[in-house]
Design a protein around this ligand. Structure first.
Ligand SMILES: Cc1cc2nc3c(=O)[nH]c(=O)nc-3n(C[C@H](O)[C@H](O)[C@H](O)COP(=O)(O)OP(=O)(O)OC[C@H]3O[C@@H](n4cnc5c(N)ncnc54)[C@H](O)[C@@H]3O)c2cc1C
Length: 430
């Protein structure tokens, strides 16, 4: 699988594979025994299971949802933006920013590309290092399941975990298919976004049970909304998209992106907004430059000397989409239809500045059902950055999005799922 994986000492290579027995088959009173139980059959859980299984560990994956890896299936518009070539720690938000370094350095985008190539899955780069499948995101899920089969991973699904108890050198786990004992427990239950496909707060609750802190989870990579009255002037622009520079200066630091902005009926979306939403805090303003790369005030004053156009036509022809120019000038109907040459420099400068320093304060986000990821999560200061193991609770691991490590838009979140899962799987012992 990941190429460099040593076998687990004491491995039992001749185990039979068990893919998905019917409910009740594991319900005998005697607990079944595994080296690793992984809760969550998403990107991180399945990836970790395949590697650990191929190292010779006896692995059980439990997921309460009827289908595996639903978020992979719906990701990247159905083509799964599975990594980003440019991945670096600076592309992640966390209260403990250095935590992600080690895992990202030891499992890189090139490693995942090599895995796809071994499975003959075609891919292409869109822009800014974002890599997508040529075919479908289902190809990635099928690949992860083949890797689990190669590792003789047992999978119970749908199956709920009722309770977890530390016992001796391991864990006793009550599932609705019966009790299980395991040396290691890996929590890969993801974040809270898109609750209808299986998201739950179980991972956070388990963390608290073992005295780990949880950084308050919040929707991220999510559209922003505005007060209906405030937004009425722009609602007619719904569907309009344009490149902008967007920035915010918040308690989480200063962030700035050049990406596309999309107007919606209730507010703003598109890659620019999704990116900034991860940094935005309630009550703070965002700033948008609607004509990045130009000095709009100077350009309009200079155009006075050579253009006979009306202001609205000059703006729409050279600087921003015409619909936006019309909406922006609606409160200044007298200016819009005035030839440029007849307008005062002072007014043109003011107009240019208003379009390049558009300050607005969102009232909120579209919430969990529209968020791509969860920011916040299990506080990484309680974990080893080498292995993802709890520092004070041996054998308990957290991987993927359940952790307080949140990537930018563009394949970074899957790269974190793969990298944290690989770090954990390589460290597990039987
Ligand atoms: C619409 C959308 C598009 C996205 N597109 C991209 C993209 O193109 N590129 C990118 O990098 N990222 C993308 N993401 C983010 C990415 O999907 C996640 O960051 C990634 O899936 C996280 O992996 P994970 O394994 O940690 O969690 P998940 O993949 O969410 O898996 C968690 C699993 O745990 C299970 N689970 C939860 N609670 C329990 C419980 N109590 N008991 C048992 N099982 C449980 C769930 O059913 C699920 O199967 C997208 C997300 C969304 C919502």
């Amino acid at each position: 699988m990941a190429g460099d994986l040593s076998s687990c000492a004491g491995a039992q290579p001749a185990r039979p594979a068990e893919s998905n027995p019917s409910p009740g088959t594991a319900g005998s009173p005697a607990a079944r025994s595994f080296d690793v139980v992984i809760v969550g059959a998403g990107a991180a859980g399945l990836f970790c299971a395949g590697i650990a299984g191929q190292r010779g560990l006896r692995v059980l994956v439990v997921d309460h949802a009827p289908r595996v890896a639903e978020k992979i299936r719906i990701s990247g518009g159905g083509r799964c933006n599975f990594t980003n070539r440019e991945t670096a720690p600076a592309n992640f938000l966390s209260d403990n920013p250095a935590f992600c370094r080690s895992a990202l350095a030891r499992y890189t985008p090139a490693d995942f590309i090599a895995l796809l190539q071994r499975h003959r899955i075609g891919w292409h780069e869109k822009h800014k290092g974002q890599l997508f499948c040529d075919g479908s995101s289902v190809d990635v899920i099928a690949m992860l399941l083949r890797e689990c089969e190669a590792g003789k991973v047992t999978r119970w699904q749908p199956a709920a975990v009722r309770s977890v108890r530390a016992a001796g050198h391991g864990y006793e786990i009550a599932t609705d298919r019966g009790p299980v004992r395991s040396r290691n427990l890996v929590v890969a239950t993801g974040g809270l976004s898109v609750p209808k496909i299986g998201a739950s707060d179980w991972g956070y609750r388990l963390a608290r049970q073992f005295d780990l802190s949880v950084i308050s989870p919040r929707p991220a990579l999510v559209p922003l909304v505005f007060d209906a009255g405030q937004w009425a002037a722009y609602a007619a622009l719904s569907g309009l998209s344009l490149p902008v520079q967007i920035s915010t200066q918040s308690g989480r630091g200063r962030a700035s992106f050049v990406e596309d902005l999309l107007f919606t009926h209730r507010g703003l979306s598109g890659p620019a907004i999704l990116q900034i939403s991860s940094y935005w805090q309630a009550g703070e303003a965002i700033r948008i430059d609607l004509a990045p790369g130009t000095q709009l005030a100077e350009a309009l004053c200079e155009a006075k000397t050579r253009s006979r156009r009306k202001l609205v036509n000059e703006l729409g022809a050279r600087h921003v989409p015409h619909r936006l120019a019309e909406a922006w000038l609606a409160p200044h109907a007298d200016w819009a239809d005035t030839p440029l040459a007849a307008l005062r420099d002072r007014d043109l400068r003011q107009l240019g500045e208003s379009m390049q320093q558009w300050h607005l304060v969102p009232t909120g986000t579209e919430g969990w059902h529209k968020a791509e990821v969860t920011a916040g999560g299990v506080d990484t200061r309680g974990l080893s950055s080498q292995s993802m193991e709890c520092l004070r609770q041996p054998g308990l691991y957290f991987i993927g999005e359940v952790l307080d490590v949140t990537g930018w838009l563009g394949g970074y979140n899957f790269q974190w799922a793969w990298a944290s899962a690989a770090a954990c799987a390589r460290a597990l012992t039987c």
